[in-house]
Design a protein around this ligand. Structure first.
Ligand SMILES: [Zn+2]
Length: 113
């Protein structure tokens, strides 16, 4: 029972994610944890790995706030390379700074450098 429930002063709680009232909201708790891409900054680095392999590493994006699985598949197909999710980081095999930057900014993310 809320303070003003049933009165004209009653404002039903709304979902922060979709803006609908709680009864109409179909968001999962997972979706509510998502953060808008415009509010996040991805940091791109190139790392040298064993056997002279190079990977493009994306840090700064939390796995809980983003759909890392779909980000990864999107980046893999646009770079034409393999990749993996390592906790909050996304790794794409090879050097793909400009492609990755382009894809992420297209989705609305801020990208550094
Ligand atoms: Zn919602």
């Amino acid at each position: 029972m809320r303070l003003f429930e049933g009165t004209p002063f009653d404002i039903p709680p709304k979902c922060d994610h979709c803006g609908l009232v709680d009864n109409a909201c179909k968001c999962t708790s997972e979706m509510k944890a998502r953060i808008a891409p415009e509010k996040q900054t991805a940091k791109l680095t190139i790392e040298k790995r064993k056997k002279g392999k190079t990977v493009t590493v994306i840090t700064g994006l939390l796995a809980i706030a983003n759909d890392h699985a779909s980000l990864l598949s999107q980046l893999k197909s646009s770079c034409g390379a393999g990749g993996t999710i390592d906790g909050d980081n996304i790794e794409i095999q090879g050097e793909h700074l400009s492609k990755v930057r382009q894809e992420l900014s297209k989705l609305g993310y801020r990208v550094r450098p």
